[in-house]
Design a protein around this ligand. Structure first.
Ligand code: NAG
Ligand code: CA
Ligand code: CA
Length: 551
């Protein structure tokens, strides 16, 4: 049953931050129960036998909590599965789902061949009818939510000795999010810093370039000082952070083979995000079985232009981010005074959907005036904190109906002939949809959401017309999904591979790759002077400093 816990963790980050979590215990419980049933069917063992082993399928760190869950719920789960072989019914009887009308799983026509569980009388798990005991259930959820908040609420690294928001470990908002700190005790030493003395003795900006040549000239001065270094920063949502749940987690065979136990803890420590492979700040081009696909990013292009930019990236995107809370993210960057004395940054403001997704019906969208106000508040604060010469790109809203158009009749990795259209409506039914207005079979809703996204894009144009910042230049690029779709059509490629299979909502690794590629192309075409010139010393830097210390 501990899988419930895992799914809570994972899906929690879809919920708009920092609102209270929706009642999607129902979703997590149903998915977990469905997976338990799939495992029983694939392994040809009883539900009881799966429950005996289910904690082994999770990371050992979660074993203890898992066993507690199993001991509490297993008796009821076994009994309810005997009464009705359907995860929706079992989740409802357990008290996780309020509405019995919301059904994810179809009633199976074929009777399962798996062996029955023992009669509950002689079963070591006693049914406890916990469905009635909402108090107990509530306290368990509360504990879990508190745990999540502890590690993920602040969106800064967990342990950071010099408190500069750059650290030496990868997860927990570490170097997968912001370039690795090359000295975690000396404040002022961090990626993006302007070297105080040419980095003669040590590397103060963590780009791997320091020391002096045979004539005593500092390499940092010789190669970088006049090269117009520029970092990359992404203020964004789960697209900027690159939310991805491996579809293998829903595959009974792979779960039994240990895919969750081997990879889930890392995923939780990453808030289920993959910023190191994202369109904006991705740098990790190595193969990864649970997040396969090519990597291209604005950061990689900026580093290609100028190797002095090595490690100068900050991904400050947060799942669920919208204009309502974006201003809070500024606190999580390097502090104002330090940022001011850093190299300028190419900064993206990318919140491509949650302002639309937060709406509960078609009259409930944020007004363009409220939206403008929030964005201007954010830009005002940015103007106080960015180094002079910075550039800020606002990225337009997506036309989200493309999700339904592309996926509606495709089968979801859960299997059981469940289509995305059915999944979307089920998520709305249980109140767990991350985007009611786009992820729906109701065309009226999808069209209204598309229309409103055009209105909000217009708000960006209006802002850009009038807004006069002191420290940066401001631009707008459209979210390049349409271009990617055209490219896929022209080349007879399957466009659905650009969308995340598990959530049917985010760009996949392939989608992120094309986003990075097209945003960069658009930037070069529309704002050529936002991009600094190529550094003629790149080859020499590579010859002397190799991979510049890697990541
Ligand atoms: C779609 O949504 C509209 C507006 O909320 C509603 O009036 C209509 O009944 C819905 N259509 C269906 C088929 O549910
Ligand atoms: Ca640090
Ligand atoms: Ca340096």
């Amino acid at each position: 049953m501990k899988i419930i816990f895992l799914f809570l963790f994972v899906f929690v980050f879809l919920i708009p931050y920092p609102q209270v979590l929706a009642s999607d215990e129902c979703l997590e419980a149903t998915l977990a129960l469905g997976l338990i049933r799939d495992i029983a069917d694939v392994e040809m063992i009883s539900i009881e036998d799966v429950l005996d082993k289910v904690c082994d399928y999770l990371p050992v760190e979660l074993s203890e909590v898992c066993l507690k869950f199993v001991n509490r719920y297993a008796g009821d789960v076994i009994q309810f599965f005997m009464e009705e072989d359907n995860p929706d019914s079992v989740a409802h009887k357990l008290g996780f789902c309020k509405q019995s009308v919301c059904r994810l799983y179809p009633d199976e026509k074929k009777k399962s061949q798996r062996p029955c569980s023992q009669n509950t009388q002689e079963n070591k798990y006693t049914p406890q009818n916990l469905g009635q005991d909402s108090q107990l259930k509530k306290s368990i959820w509360d504990i879990i939510k508190e745990e999540i908040n502890k590690i993920a609420a602040d969106h800064i690294p967990l342990v950071d000795l010099d408190n500069d928001h750059f650290v030496t470990y990868k997860t927990l908002r570490g170097s997968n999010w912001r370039g690795r700190d090359c000295n975690d005790v000396l404040p002022g030493v961090r990626p993006g810093a302007v070297p105080p003395n040419g980095d003669l003795d040590y590397d103060s900006n963590c780009n791997g370039i320091y020391g002096k040549d045979d004539n005593g000239i500092s390499y940092e001065d010789k190669f970088c000082k006049d090269s117009k270094p520029m970092g990359v920063m992404v203020f964004g949502d789960s697209v900027g952070a690159h939310f991805h749940i491996p579809p293998q987690y829903l595959d009974a065979k792979q779960v039994v083979d240990g895919i969750i136990s081997k990879t889930a803890l890392h995923l939780l420590e990453m808030e289920a995000d993959w910023p190191h492979k994202s369109y904006g700040t991705g740098f990790d081009t190595s193969d990864n079985d649970v997040c396969p696909g090519p990597v291209n990013s604005v950061y990689l292009q900026m580093r290609k232009i100028n190797r002095c930019n090595h490690r100068n990236y900050q991904n400050i995107a947060v799942n669920g981010m919208s204009s309502h809370y974006i201003i809070k993210l500024i606190e999580t960057t390097v502090n104002k005074d330090e940022q001011k004395t850093s190299y300028p940054t190419l900064t993206f403001l990318e919140i491509i959907g949650n302002d639309i997704c937060r709406a509960k019906n078609i009259n409930d969208f944020i007004t363009p005036d409220d939206f403008k106000k929030k964005i201007i508040e954010f830009l005002d604060l940015l103007d106080e904190s960015l180094a002079p010469g910075s550039k800020v790109i606002t990225v337009g809203f997506v036309q989200g109906s493309i999700l339904y158009e592309t996926l509606h009749d495709h089968i979801h990795p859960i299997g059981h002939d469940i289509t995305y259209s059915h999944l979307y409506d089920y998520l709305n039914c249980v109140g767990a949809s991350p985007c009611r207005m786009w992820m729906t079979s109701n065309k009226t809703h999808r069209d209204a959401a598309d229309a409103h996204s055009i209105i909000l894009n217009q708000a960006y144009f209006d802002i850009i017309q009038d807004y006069k910042p002191k420290n940066f230049e401001l631009g707008y690029l459209k979210f390049p999904l349409k271009q990617v779709e055209e490219y896929f059509k022209e080349n007879n490629m399957d466009f659905s591979t650009t969308i995340e299979p598990v959530d049917g909502f985010h760009p996949s690794q392939i989608g992120q790759y094309y986003m990075g590629t097209y945003l960069w192309e658009d930037l070069k075409n529309k704002y050529p002077d936002f991009i600094p010139p190529e550094n003629p010393n790149n080859e020499e830097i590579e010859k002397i400093f190799g991979d510049q210390g890697g990541y």
